[in-house]
Ligand binder design. Structure first.
Ligand code: ADP
Ligand code: ZN
Ligand code: ZN
Length: 748
């Protein structure tokens, strides 16, 4: 650099007060090496702090005599690539986070704690071979000779291994080093996160539908990129399509990111990629140790891999030749971050690919409604696989009306058809999966005689039961009523709020089927690292009869021996106070049903419900995605829910309830005032209000939220993003946390 440049730096400290770019002088000695993305040390306030080089600018409008010098470069390898700056800016704007928070998505794991590569000692023969030869006449003991002999034909041997193989002691190594016969080098140890056996690699002849899907994907990949929605029924061989597309991308010198939902990150998808693409696959997810993640990240940065398989945050992986991002089970909510920045991996993937002319593939048997909507509107290309591989049929789904079970005097959690089916399966040594659908925490109230769940008059959303005061409350409009004594529809007094745990279910199974071997997979049993994998391995080993669990058993598992799937109560997610409850229920039942009958034996699915007439359940039982889509879209339109509106949520949390409520009301008034003064904002507003959040208190913090529904145009979103920026500047009181979310997936 001949001209004078200044470094625009972002200080590595999460603080709203310093959320901007600070300029520093670049001292002569680092002038030729400094790059965007490097981590440097700079004086800031009264101390020296780390910062990232965000820009190198020629003209700056601050007095030059005020500028301080960069102290030093911490790491000469840039933490992130300069090409990523536009994406970093986009994340900041979209998700209203601080610049440092956006940058931290892209830097190697463990940067803040100065994590380094782990090292180990490797022993080599000394460079000077003549001396080594000459040494043969010197007096060497047997251990020394053994070490030299072992090293003769090897390009270095790790010290541990060398000592173990020769039986020599540490002192022997020291003695040989002193004599200049060998040398010791510190080399990075690769903490390989892959600790499991690889599945056998299966090579299939692609069927016609798979070939079509592959062609569509490859064509778009070669023609400037875009987004493809791959809608393929469960067991239709989507993973094979992903692998074929990846192979093509690699041929063209491109790299690939494969995203899988966090908890179904099992050897099942990952293992298949490993088996096919070997060492050129890296793995990234939060269950790895920070050291393992660091090593994988570095391997990616050094360009040693073609494919990164990982959970949500792997969308930030530092690939330089990225050409394809595959999002498996793309309808899953786990792709949305619930901490800052509250990004959605799908949206980041689409933006990232737009910048490099890459291709995003969204794969699902039950695409998110808004993705399907976009594919029909032409924003994505739709590719469909209607049949399972090898013409296997989709499983038969039987809906059991639990109201009738009750009339017949059955008050247990198993209907008679499910009870019989489980008994038969145990007897025939076939495997069963039982799903306890228990999403979220809120409880709803429903009538066990007529099945009616008690809903809000204005919103078509179930009311939530609040223990305090025994109230039923609508979390969309604030409507509330007392817990009724009888059903408003049929006057039955058999009215009840719901909530059943997996532990309880396990106990029930043990008492009804004492001979059955039962495995449980839920939040409690999978919190330990590797436990998720162990449970699945145990089930795959064939030693167990029944796997019970929460929605995590529904996702992407491929156990050919499972012939029965039972859904204990489909209703729980149906009655959540959320406009997406029907969609989530449809997805869950379709997905869990898809676990059955994945080999030559046909599958049988039993869905227990108090609402057997609900369209989500009926259409899931028929495997009718299109039918569900049409019905649900009409409802969304009628009530102006997304994709016909755009929701903005401001979640406020604080320890003092009164202060919080006053704050929320003040914020609402401020917003209303701003909106009324601005014709763009008021034109695009559909409604706005402040309400207590469905979960009113978490960890002793009260929660309130402001919900804003706006029109979906780009102009509308843009204007409301600007308003949100102002809001965050205006409202940042200590003790109250403000979380802003455009397009929240949950309003809990
Ligand atoms: P999906 O991801 O759509 O649920 P998978 O890719 O897991 O489906 O495929 C289901 C099973 O079918 C896997 O065991 C896979 O090896 C097998 N499979 C995939 N494609 C074919 C094919 N063309 N012919 C036969 N079997 C196939
Ligand atoms: Zn009733
Ligand atoms: Zn309401």
């Amino acid at each position: 650099m001949n001209e004078t440049y200044y470094a625009g730096l972002v200080i590595e400290r999460v603080s709203l007060a310093i959320d901007k770019v600070f300029h520093y002088n670049i001292p002569d000695e680092i002038k030729d090496i400094i790059q965007v993305g490097m981590r440097v040390m700079v004086p800031f306030g009264h101390s020296n702090v780390p910062a990232y080089v965000y820009s190198l600018d020629k003209d700056i409008d601050i007095p030059l005599d005020k500028l301080k010098d960069i102290k030093k470069i911490i790491d000469p390898a840039p933490a992130f690539d300069a090409d990523l700056i536009p994406l970093i800016d986009w994340i900041k704007e979209q998700y209203h986070c601080m610049l440092i928070e956006a940058i931290q998505c892209f830097v190697p794991p463990g940067t803040k704690v100065n994590l380094r590569a782990k090292t180990h000692r490797v022993i080599y023969l000394a460079d000077n071979q003549e001396d080594v030869q000459a040494s043969k006449v010197q007096r060497l003991n047997n251990n020394m000779k053994a070490i030299l002999a072992a090293l003769e034909d090897e390009d270095g041997i790790p010290a541990k291994e060398l000592l173990a193989n020769t039986g020599a002691a540490e002192s022997t190594i020291k003695a040989l080093v002193r004599r200049g016969l060998i040398k010791v080098e510190l080399e990075p140890t690769y903490r390989n996160p892959w600790k499991y056996d690889l599945p056998r690699q299966e090579l299939h002849e692609y069927n016609t539908e798979q070939k079509q899907a592959i062609n569509t994907i490859v064509k778009i990949m070669q023609n400037g990129g875009g987004t493809v929605l791959l809608h393929g029924v469960t067991g239709s061989g989507k993973t094979e399509v992903y692998m074929a597309a990846s192979e093509k991308a690699i041929e063209e010198g491109k790299q690939i990111i494969v995203l899988v939902p966090e908890i179904s990150l099992t050897p099942q998808t990952l293992g298949r990629f490993k088996a096919r693409f070997g060492d050129r696959v890296a793995v990234l997810h939060s269950r790895l140790s920070i050291g393992e993640r660091y090593d994988e990240w570095k391997r990616i940065q050094r360009d040693e891999v073609d494919i990164v398989v990982g959970a949500r945050s792997a969308v930030f992986a530092p690939l330089k030749r990225l050409g394809l991002i595959i999002i498996d089970e793309s309808h899953e909510d786990s792709y949305k971050s619930d901490t800052r920045p509250r990004y959605h991996a799908r949206d980041v993937a689409i933006k990232r690919c737009e910048l490099v002319k890459g291709l995003v593939v969204l794969g699902s048997a039950t695409p998110a409604l808004d993705d399907y909507y976009k594919s029909l509107a032409g924003e994505y290309k739709l590719s469909t696989i209607k049949k399972r591989v090898e013409n296997q049929s989709l499983p038969q789904v039987q809906i059991v009306d639990m109201r009738k079970e009750l009339l017949m005097g059955n008050r247990t959690i198993f209907s008679s058809p499910l009870f019989t089916a489980i008994s038969n399966n145990i007897e025939n040594k076939e495997k069963t999966i039982l799903l306890l659908n228990r999403r979220g925490y809120a409880q709803f109230v429903s009538c066990r005689s007529c099945g009616e769940a008690i809903k809000c008059n204005n919103c078509d959303i179930s009311l939530t039961y609040h223990i305090q005061g025994r109230k039923l409350v609508c979390h969309y409009c604030g409507y509330e009523e007392q817990y009724p004594k009888t059903c408003p529809k049929c006057k039955s007094s058999y009215i009840k709020h719901f909530g059943l745990g997996t532990q309880k279910l396990e106990d029930e199974i043990k008492s009804f089927f004492p001979e059955a071997k039962v495995l449980r997979m839920d939040f409690d049993t999978t919190s330990r690292k590797g436990s998720h994998h162990e449970i699945l391995e145990a089930f795959a080993s064939g030693k167990y009869d029944i796997l019970i669990g929460t929605q995590m058993v529904a996702k992407g598992l491929d156990f050919p021996e499972v012939t029965l799937v039972g859904v204990i109560t489909a209703d729980t997610s149906l009655n959540l106070p959320d406009y997406r409850s029907s969609e989530k229920t449809f997805q869950l039942i379709t997905q869990v049903a898809g676990r059955a009958g994945r080999s030559h034996k046909p599958g049988n699915v039993i869905v227990q419900t108090y609402q057997p007439d609900h369209y989500s359940i009926i259409l899931a039982a028929k495997h009718d995605y299109k039918g569900f889509y049409n019905k649900e879209l009409a409802i969304r339109k009628q009530f102006d829910y997304p994709p016909f509106s755009h929701i903005i949520r401001v979640l406020l949390t604080g320890e003092r309830e009164e202060e919080l409520i006053a704050y929320a009301k003040d914020m609402l008034a401020w917003l209303n005032h701003k909106i009324s003064k601005d014709p763009y904002l008021s034109h695009n507003l559909m409604d706005i209000g402040a309400y207590p959040a469905p979960i009113e208190r978490i960890k002793n913090k009260y929660r309130w939220q402001i919900l804003i529904r706006i029109r979906t145009s780009e102009e509308s979103k843009h204007n409301y993003h600007l308003l949100a920026e102002k809001l965050l500047k205006q409202y940042n009181r200590d003790g109250i946390n403000t979380a802003l979310d455009f397009n929240p997936l949950s309003l809990m």
